[in-house]
Each structure stands twice: as structure tokens, then as C-alpha cells.
Design a protein around this ligand. Structure first.
Ligand SMILES: NC(=O)c1ccc[n+]([C@@H]2O[C@H](COP(=O)([O-])OP(=O)(O)OC[C@H]3O[C@@H](n4cnc5c(N)ncnc54)[C@H](O)[C@@H]3O)[C@@H](O)[C@H]2O)c1
Length: 254
């Protein structure tokens, strides 16, 4: 499928899911402008796409800095003439590394989660929308998490930050829908990749599997990439203001 032929997609946040999205975007014909706090990860992703015959560039991105996000968007405009889609995908996981409830949550961790995952995505929106408007419309995509819906006795900062993204998406879809901008969220369930493989033992993985409808697998980055490519494409031209839970049915909002 070449559903993204001719489109320029800015991907803010590489890594496991971002890397898979970049591969899928490029394989469907998009030019991908990749930013990440880890410039080497972003560069490796861009090089992989180019080696496979795709078009991509990368640069360092500080997802907490308006100037840095603007610079990524400017790079896309300078090098490729504008942007058609923006995917805000990076995240801080600082409070996922400690098992505390709200009473014991250090406020500096809450501040960091909100600065990166919530405030950062607002900055992405401010930088991207004016360029999408210049093209006559486009697509905003935000990566949230099942944590936005889950009940959990720990990890409240991450959950709050990821829930805030849903409100941002709904605002963007409503405010800019009349100008042909669609906005959607992907809420992944547990998506296994090397960083999480190291973190979870087999018993934990099995417990996660029991929470989805398929008892023999967890999610993979390509599951998210498939949904992301659909949402960026004209196949999704009547899809906006939605949260797509790609989680094997672990959450159901039917
Ligand atoms: N993997 C899962 O199970 C899962 C589940 C639900 C949601 N998600 C979401 O999917 C997205 C991607 O996560 P992943 O699992 O691929 O993790 P990952 O760690 O592989 O990728 C995250 C990337 O974000 C980058 N990053 C972090 N802070 C940044 C900042 N301030 N500025 C710029 N870049 C920054 C990191 O360098 C990293 O490359 C995140 O939004 C995450 O919350 C993942």
C-alpha cells in the first residue's frame, strides 16, 4: 500500500513504537522528519528508512522546548515544503519506575511527567497546526496510553498526563475540524519491545496477556504503526476526535 505517497509526516519521538511508525510511514510513501531527545536513535531510524529507499531526515528534539519543536517543524518546511501530518509520540516514564501512590509521589516527578507528556504535546500542537493550515488541512496524531483509562493504585502522574492528551485531541478536532484538520489518539496497551522485555519477567507478561482477548500474545510496535498509518491516510478521512485503543481488547469502550 502507498497510502501516504507525497505526504510529509513529522514524528516527534522515535524509540520502539516511533521507529515502527517511521518504517510504516516511509514504506507507504511518506517523507518522515524524525526528532528525538536521543539524536542517535532518531538518526538510526532515518538512516534505516533511507537505506530501504525511503525519504527521511532526523534531528535532536527536546520535547519540552517550544523552540526545539518549532525547529523540527521548520526543518520539514525548509527541506520538504510543508507538513501534512504530525505525530506526537514521545513520553516520560519517570513515575512508572517507582511504585508509589499519590501520597508518596514526589512532586518533581509529577512535574516532569506533565511537562513532557502534557505540556510538550500542547507545544507540538502549537507548532504543527499553523503549517497544517497552510496546506489546507492535515492530521494530528497523539500517542496516549491505556493508562488514561486504567484503574491503577500507582503511576498516577503518567496516567494523568496521558488522560490530558485526550482532552487536547478533542479540542483540536473540534476547533480545527472545519479547516480540514483531523485529530486522533492511539492508546496502546502493553506493547512489548526490548526496553520492556528487560523490565518484565515471564509471570508479569502472562498477567498482562490475561487482561487482553488474545491469550498467546501481547502487542507489538507494528500493531501501533498499522493504526497510525491508517489514521494518517485518506482512508481515515472521516475519522476524527477518536481514541483508538490498540490493546488486544484489554479495554473496551463499546
Ligand atoms: N510500549 C508500551 O507498552 C506503551 C503502552 C502505552 C503507551 N505507550 C506510549 O507509546 C509512546 C512510545 O513509547 P515506546 O514504548 O516506544 O517507548 P520508547 O522509550 O521506546 O520511546 C520513547 C521515545 O521518546 C523519547 N523521549 C523521551 N522524552 C523525550 C523528550 N522530552 N523529548 C524528545 N524525545 C523524548 C525517548 O528518547 C524515546 O526514544 C509513548 O508515548 C508511550 O507513553 C507505550
Amino acid at each position: 500500500m502507498r497510502r501516504l505517497e507525497g505526504k510529509v509526516i513529522v514524528l516527534a519521538g522515535s524509540g520502539a513504537i516511533g521507529g515502527a511508525c517511521a518504517r510504516r510511514y516511509a514504506s507507504e510513501g511518506a517523507t518522515v522528519v524524525i526528532g528525538d531527545r536521543n539524536a542517535d536513535v532518531a538518526a538510526a531510524s532515518a538512516e534505516e528508512l533511507i537505506a530501504a529507499g525511503g525519504k527521511a531526515v532526523s534531528q535532536h528534539l527536546d520535547g519540552t522546548s517550544a523552540e526545539s519543536i518549532q525547529s523540527l517543524v521548520d526543518r520539514a518546511v525548509t527541506d520538504f515544503g510543508g507538513i501534512d501530518c504530525f505525530h506526537a509520540n514521545y513520553a516520560s516514564f519517570v513515575d512508572g519506575t517507582i511504585s508509589v501512590d499519590v501520597l508518596d509521589l514526589p512532586m518533581e516527578l509529577w512535574d516532569e511527567e506533565m511537562e513532557v507528556d502534557a505540556r510538550g504535546f500542547v507545544l507540538c500542537t502549537k507548532a504543527a497546526i499553523p503549517e497544517l493550515l497552510k496546506r489546507g488541512g492535515g492530521a494530528m496524531l497523539y500517542t496516549s496510553s491505556g493508562a488514561a483509562y486504567e484503574v491503577a493504585p500507582i503511576r498516577v502522574a503518567y496516567s494523568m498526563a496521558k488522560a490530558s492528551i485526550l482532552a487536547l485531541m478533542r479540542h483540536v478536532a473540534t476547533r480545527f475540524g472545519p479547516q480540514n484538520i483531523r485529530a486522533n489518539v492511539i492508546a496502546p496497551g502493553l506493547i512489548l519491545h526490548p526496553r520492556l522485555e528487560k523490565k518484565f519477567d515471564e509471570a508479569t507478561k502472562k498477567a498482562f496477556m490475561r487482561s487482553n482477548m488474545f491469550k498467546d500474545r501481547l502487542g507489538e510496535p507494528d500493531d501501533i504503526a498499522a493504526m497510525a498509518a491508517f489514521l494518517m491516510s485518506s482512508d481515515a478521512k472521516y475519522v476524527t476526535a477518536q481514541v483508538m485503543c490498540v490493546d488486544g481488547g484489554a479495554t473496551s469502550r463499546a
